[in-house]
Design a protein around this ligand. Structure first.
Ligand SMILES: C[S@@+](CC[C@H](N)C(=O)[O-])C[C@H]1O[C@@H](n2cnc3c(N)ncnc32)[C@H](O)[C@@H]1O
Ligand code: SF4
Ligand code: SF4
Length: 313
C-alpha cells in the first residue's frame, strides 16, 4: 500500500519506536517485540489437514470487543509493536474484532484468512494474507471440498468491487509441504493477476515423521532454487521473500528438538484467543502441557525473516 504525506506524518511516532527498537537491540542487545500476533477467535469454518491450530485447541470461549481492547492496550500498545497480524481459527468470523484492531493500528494490522467468507473492506487494514496451499485440487485435498473455489470467488469479487488498486490489499501465503512442493509456479500463475504479492514458508511439524514435512535435502533445495530463480527472472516484484530468508530454509535454522535457539522468538508477542501469551512462538500455546512445534524442522516465515535481517534468539 502506498502511504500519503499526511499518513507518513501520523505514523512518524511508529517509525521512531521501530528505529529505537533496532538501535537498542544492535547497541545494547535490548529485546523488545516488534510485531504482534493475535488469535482473535477460537473457531474455524475449515479443518485443514496441515493445521497446527487444531492440535492444541480446547475451549470454545472467545473474548468480547471490550476485552480485546484491554488486551491490545496491555500487550501490544504498551510495547509499541509496529504491525499486528490477526490469526485464529478464522479471523473473518470476528469482523467486529478485526475492525477494532484496524482502528487501534491503522494501516498496521494484517488479517491471515482462508478466504472462504466474502472479504470485507476494512478502511484501515494493512492487507489480507490469503492462505493458498496449491492448485485447486491439492488445495481442496488439504482444506476441504470447494475451499479453493470459494476463496477464488471472494478474491476476484473483492478486486472487481473495490477498484483498480484493490489487488494491492491482497497477498498470498503458501505453506509448502510434501503434497504441494512441485506446484510453486502454478500457484503464482493462478493468483498473480488478482493479488499484490506471494510469500512462501514451509510446513512446520509438531511430531517427528510428520508426512507433510518436506525433509531437508534434494527436494527441498530444488524448491528453494526454483523460488529464487523465479524471483530473479519472471516474478521479481511478486515474490516477497528475501533471498537470505529462503537460503535459511534449506536447513535447520531455529533450534534443537522443540527448543528455540537462534530463532528470535522475542520479536513477536503472540496471544491466544483469551489474550494469554503463547510460547515458544505464534504457533505454540499458552498451555504448559501443550504439543510443541519442532524448532529443528521449522519453516515459518515470520521468524526466519527476522533472523535473515540479523535479529537473533
Ligand atoms: C492457523 S491459520 C489461521 C488463519 C486462517 N484460518 C488461514 O487459514 O489462513 C494461519 C496460517 O498458518 C498456516 N499453517 C497452518 N498449519 C501450519 C503448519 N503446521 N506449519 C506452517 N504453517 C501452518 C496456514 O496455512 C495459514 O496460512
Ligand atoms: S482455515 Fe486456517 S485455522 Fe482453520 S483449519 Fe485451516 S489453516 Fe487452520
Ligand atoms: S518459529 Fe516457533 S517453531 Fe519455529 S524455531 Fe521459532 S520457536 Fe521454534
Amino acid at each position: 500500500m502506498g502511504r500519503g504525506f499526511s499518513q507518513i506524518i501520523q505514523e512518524t511516532p511508529d517509525y521512531v519506536h521501530l528505529l529505537s527498537k533496532f538501535l537498542s537491540y544492535k547497541l545494547f542487545n535490548k529485546r523488545s517485540p516488534i510485531y504482534g500476533s493475535a488469535d482473535i477467535t477460537n473457531v474455524c469454518n475449515l479443518h485443514c489437514e496441515h493445521c497446527y491450530w487444531w492440535l492444541n485447541r480446547k475451549e470454545n470461549e472467545d473474548l468480547t470487543v471490550e476485552q480485546w481492547e484491554k488486551v491490545i492496550d496491555e500487550k501490544f500498545k504498551k510495547q509499541h509493536v509496529f504491525v499486528v497480524t490477526l490469526v485464529g481459527g478464522e479471523p473473518l468470523m470476528r469482523p467486529d474484532v478485526v475492525e477494532l484492531f484496524t482502528k487501534k493500528f491503522p494501516n498496521h494490522a494484517c488479517v491471515v484468512t482462508n478466504g472462504n467468507y466474502p472479504l470485507p473492506r476494512f478502511d484501515k487494514l494493512y492487507f489480507y494474507w490469503i492462505s493458498i496451499d496449491g492448485p485447486r485440487d491439492i488445495h481442496n485435498e488439504i482444506r476441504g471440498p470447494s475451499a479453493w473455489e470459494n476463496t477464488r470467488k471472494n478474491v476476484v469479487d473483492y478486486v472487481e468491487k473495490y477498484g483498480e488498486k484493490a489487488f494491492k490489499d491482497i497477498w498470498i501465503s503458501m505453506t509448502i509441504n510434501s503434497k504441494n512442493y512441485h506446484t510453486i509456479e502454478t500457484v503464482i500463475e493462478d493468483w498473480k493477476n488478482y493479488t499484490n504479492k506471494i510469500g512462501f514458508q514451509f510446513h512446520t511439524p509438531f511430531m517427528k515423521g510428520d508426512p507433510l514435512w518436506l525433509p531437508y535435502g534434494e527436494k527441498r533445495n530444488k524448491v528453494i532454487d526454483e523460488i529464487i530463480h523465479l524471483q530473479k527472472t519472471k516474478y521479481k516484484d511478486y515474490i516477497a521473500n528475501p533471498k537470505k530468508q529462503l537460503e535459511l530454509m534449506r536447513g535447520s535454522w531455529g533450534g534443537k528438538g522443540t527448543v528455540p535457539i537462534d530463532c528470535p522468538t522475542w520479536t513477536i508477542i503472540s496471544v491466544d484467543h483469551m489474550g494469554r501469551e503463547k510460547l515458544p512462538c505464534c504457533i505454540g500455546s499458552a498451555e504448559q502441557d501443550s504439543m510443541k512445534p519442532r524448532c529443528e524442522d521449522c519453516g515459518l516465515g515470520c521468524y526466519s525473516v527476522s533472523l535473515a535481517f540479523g535479529l537473533r534468539g
